[in-house]
Design a protein around this ligand. Structure first.
Ligand code: AKG
Ligand code: FE2
Length: 342
């Protein structure tokens, strides 16, 4: 993480939740309700008090930089594999596309063709999921990478379990494990992301996207970002709001699954990676302004494939009709993934 992080106060309207209150019986319910309120009103929330030491987060970014500094040929040894639809291994810049959302949410027009991510990525999970095997870089190239990454994704899963319990409690579901039981560590993906330096004008004029506007299709995402900024979220008025890095905080956002379980009470908000809000660009030799390369580390919390997604019984919108028919996650996910890798 960069040491010149902006001030720790979060910008309006993204709320900040101190998850350490979840550990105390006296504040457990109140903090769970605050988390649910935040996920209902903005779908994006800063989380502090998550318990992951800042040294471990800094180390994750240091490993990520070392990984992406390898040559294309070396990274290719941990390549995702031609035609693979599993989020494990390395994808080169532009190797994945975002079905970019154009227009307002709910009336989205999807543009499949032009929106390749100006980003390279390396995805990993646990080592015990034969359906989604990890693709490790040879240890001679990056000794210690595998051990660290496995332990970091376990730390992320620890935070995710607290959040799953807090959401169930805050939503008034019958018991705290209601949402947790739909998930397993091995389904989740930890993803290292590198956005190389890019011509700012090309991004500003829409010729190129670092990561186009989208919603995540998981349950929720935990995101670690470096100190540069660039992540933006769409607000209710249709403008883009900076999700500026906040010291010590991760960014959590609701994906497309929790709205189904909560009958649209929790919201999955459009977001993108655009230009950094700070004056963090430089003039390259050709006289063009370029962004400084950006690194981020999302952890995607994904249901088990046999999970049925349908509105659950909770404290929310009791009088409302159910807005979703039951759908099996495995089938839903397969369709979504087709859009990313085709
Ligand atoms: O890199 C980021 O900050 C955001 C990544 C993201 O939104 C995604 O991968 O879904
Ligand atoms: Fe996202």
């Amino acid at each position: 993480m960069s040491s010149n992080l902006p001030s720790p106060s979060p910008p309006h309207p993204i709320p900040l939740i101190d998850l350490s209150h979840f550990a105390s019986p006296a504040t457990r319910l109140a903090i769970s309700r605050s988390l649910v309120h935040a996920c209902h009103s903005t779908g994006f929330v800063y989380i502090t008090g998550h318990g992951i030491p800042s040294a471990q987060i800094a180390e994750a970014f240091a490993w990520s930089r070392r990984f992406f500094a390898l040559s294309e040929e070396e990274k290719g040894r941990a390549g995702r594999g031609e035609g693979s639809k599993v989020f494990r291994g390395w994808s080169c810049v532009g190797g994945e596309q975002v079905p970019e959302v154009v227009g307002e949410k709910g009336k989205n027009v999807v543009d499949w063709t032009v929106r390749r991510r100006y980003q390279e990525a390396y995805g990993l999970g646990t080592d015990d999921n034969p359906a989604q095997p990890n693709v490790w870089i040879p240890s001679s190239l990056l000794p210690g990478f595998r051990t660290f990454m496995l332990s970091f994704q376990s730390s992320c899963w620890g935070v995710a379990q607290d959040i799953l319990r807090a959401l169930a409690l805050g939503l008034g579901l019958p018991d705290e494990d209601c949402l947790l039981k739909f998930h397993a560590q091995g389904e989740n993906e930890l993803s290292l992301r590198h956005y190389p330096a890019v011509d700012e004008d090309a991004v500003r004029s829409g010729q190129l996207d670092r990561l186009g506007a989208h919603t995540d299709f998981d349950s929720f995402t935990l995101l670690w970002q470096d100190g540069l900024g660039g992540l933006e979220v769409k607000d209710m008025e249709g403008g883009w709001v900076d999700v500026r890095p906040v010291e010590g905080a991760l960014v959590m956002n609701i994906g497309d699954v929790l709205p189904r379980w909560s009958n649209n009470f929790l919201i999955s908000t459009l977001h993108r990676v655009h230009l950094p809000p700070l004056d963090d660009s430089y003039e390259s030799q050709d006289g063009k302004r370029k962004t400084i390369p950006r690194f981020s580390i999302p952890y995607f919390v994904i249901p088990k494939s046999d999970t049925v997604m349908e509105p659950l019984e909770g404290d929310f919108g009791k009088e409302l009709e159910k807005k979703y028919e039951p759908v099996l996650w495995g089938e839903y996910q397969a369709k979504k993934i087709d859009g990313i890798f085709r």
